[in-house]
Design a protein around this ligand. Structure first.
Ligand code: ATP
Ligand code: MG
Length: 138
């Protein structure tokens, strides 16, 4: 029985499937579900007011991505969201540790990547470094 499931969501088609599956697993196991989305850091050299504007755009976009994730997950009581800045794999691993996640659900591929690569770089890192089982969805 899983107690805390982490969904890593970037809005990609594989992540969309991962979201639906994470929702199902959370309902079946009566588990808590945490959605993680990481956005790129805003370069400090932008200076003001560009820095603030860029950051606001990132946050607005993050909210949209997370809302979309929620729609695909469906009803899960006590669903939580973590939006972090920085490399996605680090964010996912950090939240997984902090929350004691006992299952990580993510896509095999994401939004970037080169066609032909079998597994995205963030998925590779999480699979290699996570202490919890990782469910990769394609
Ligand atoms: P790459 O990023 O290596 O160029 P890619 O984008 O195809 O290739 P990944 O980034 O590893 O592959 O994406 C695999 C999965 O990782 C996604 O389906 C999603 O579950 C998760 N993921 C990727 N980026 C993020 C992000 N910014 N926030 C949260 N989860 C992410
Ligand atoms: Mg990616």
């Amino acid at each position: 029985m899983y107690k805390t499931i982490l969904l890593a969501y970037d809005g990609s088609p594989h992540a969309q499937k991962a979201a639906a599956l994470a929702g199902e697993e959370a309902r079946v196991h009566g588990a808590a579900l945490v959605v993680v989305y990481a956005y790129d850091p805003v370069p400090e050299w932008l200076g003001e007011p560009l820095f603030e504007e860029a950051l606001a755009r990132r946050v607005t976009h993050a909210q949209r991505v997370v809302e979309e994730a929620k729609g695909r997950i469906g009803e899960v009581p006590g669903l939580e969201v973590e939006v972090l800045e920085g490399p996605p794999a680090s964010a996912i691993l950090r939240v997984a540790e902090a929350r004691g996640a006992d299952l990580i659900v993510m896509g095999t591929r994401g939004l970037g990547g080169v066609a032909g690569t079998l597994l995205g770089s963030q998925s590779q890192k999480v699979v290699a470094l996570a202490n919890a089982p990782v469910l990769l969805v394609r």
